[in-house]
Design a binder for this molecule. Sequence first.
Ligand SMILES: [Zn+2]
Length: 405
Amino acid sequence: MSSSAGKAGPRAGAGDLLALVRSGRATTRGALQQATGLSRATVGHRLDRLFRAGWLREGPADPGGSPLGGRPSVRLEFDDRHGLVLAADLETRHARAAVLTLGGELLAEHTGPLDIAAGPGPVLDTLGRWFAALLVQARSPADAVCGIGLAVPGPVDHATGRVVQPPIMPGWDGAPLPGLLGDAFRRHCGAPPPPVLVDNDANLMAYGEQRHAHRDCAAFALVKVSTGIGAGVVVDGGIFRGVDGGAGDIGHIRVPAGQDARCTCGAHGCLAAIASGRALAARLTEAGVPAASGSDVRDLLAAGHPEASRLAREAGRHVGEVLATVVTLLNPGVLMIAGDLAGTAFLTGVRELLYERALPRSTAHLEVVTSRLGERAAVRGAGALVVEHVFAPERVEERLAALSL
Ligand SMILES: [Zn+2]
């Protein structure tokens, strides 16, 4: 993301220097001088503000030596232990909450049943309570929390953090989630709320996975097939959201095979109405195998249930048909299939249709892979998004000024 990469020029401020160090583009005083064109004294002065804030520290001497020659230079490191991030991932019937270091390491986590249909007030209050318990478990004070990230299974207006007409989140439309979660944090954790960022779960999973294991991939797509179906796209290291946050909402694309199926969004013929975990759970229940959600279907697939496997492969073919268009449009290097249904049967179905329907040129270098972070992808992505937000150069300047540094 260009906004967090740091200005490399004579107007570079402390925030830009921190961004250069964090991204690994310049990690010694000499390299920072070279990258910015600033004098040694000016670099030193700006670094001093970052040291005093506790955000930067000196590591071991760089064995490569200084690019300007002379004695070996000291490597500068972002101090990813000076603060914490809280993150939560809401599914339809359960949720996950975590405390992470600024480097993304998980310090404590909790998962438990949480019914999204209870509405934003009760659900976010419960998250506030979980966060308080997790901070105790991580032996961390609430005022060390730099920000909170929340993943939700619906479309989000990124600028306001409001959920917009979510098909599977009854009662959440338009609710001011950052404010509500901030209030819950204040109530349960007893500290002023830090910034709260809300994003779609598939977006955050894609962001977490891309940064974890596919950093060099400039066009990364992830499809999440759980109770619903959604997709996240990361282009040049940043989440691609579209103008209204609606990018990737592929579950409600109409497919010919679904014309008789009624979707939770009210329409007929949506992909989610025939190929989501919810749709498969309904088909299995009709066939005498009780299942209520994507996670129930996952359990049946894990147990090798033959009818569940047959339906998952068929669902994979329906999703693969839509993905053929997605892949042709985006030409991604990596397409990750994630969520409750992402097992062998489903992937087989996806591959069958994807390679049959997509143009060879758009699949020649395509890797179709499964998740590396598993159920933690969204909280890892949410944590990383918060860190990028809080340590964006312009905010670093603001916060240093607020600390009188
Ligand atoms: Zn729909």
